[in-house]
Design a protein. Structure first.
Length: 168
């Protein structure tokens, strides 16, 4: 983490740490710092620029990189792990950070999921393992086959979900 020196309101110099996440107006006029990947956090970007997504409440614990399903819980949209064993649990998005059950987390509806491991370059399908992905589509009767994107490296999947097909 870097530091810089600035003149404070008392006329004294003080050491200041740049911020790497913005919480809003309270961060006005502060110097920003890139994250460990050399990028500026999305919290600094205007709402018209940045990821297509939304903060949503999780109905179960989610791990970073999980593919998620948006579902209706008595009139309240929530997220849960997507799963190819059930037609109602198609992949609608993914999370880049873990989310506790009952907590809100940011769901990405498109984009690069860089929180996965073990991907092989090429098409990627929704897995029968909740929240997971597979290089092949589910094969058992009643399972759904859903292409969810393209693996571009062992740790990155370009998420672009397609309609599901139910196996008979």
């Amino acid at each position: 983490m870097s530091k810089y020196v600035e003149l404070n309101s008392n006329g004294d110099y003080e050491e200041v740490t740049p911020i790497n996440v913005s919480t809003g107006v309270s961060e006005a006029s502060k110097i920003i710092e890139t994250d460990a990947s050399g990028r500026i956090d999305e919290s600094f970007l205007p709402t018209s620029i940045g990821p297509e997504g939304k903060n949503m409440v999780a109905s179960e614990a989610l791990a970073a990189g999980d593919f998620v399903n948006v579902w209706d819980d008595a009139g309240t949209p929530k997220i849960r792990k997507a799963n190819a064993t059930t037609a109602g649990k198609r992949a609608d998005g993914f999370v880049k950070a873990g989310v506790a059950s009952g907590a809100a987390g940011f769901v990405y509806f498109r984009g690069l999921n860089d929180q996965v491991s073990g991907a092989v370059a090429g098409l990627v399908f929704l897995s029968t393992t909740p929240g997971g992905f597979s290089a092949t589509g589910a094969s058992d009767a009643g399972n759904v086959v859903q292409k969810i994107g393209t693996a571009v490296s062992a740790t990155e999947i370009a998420f672009e979900p397609q309609p599901i097909c139910v196996r008979v």
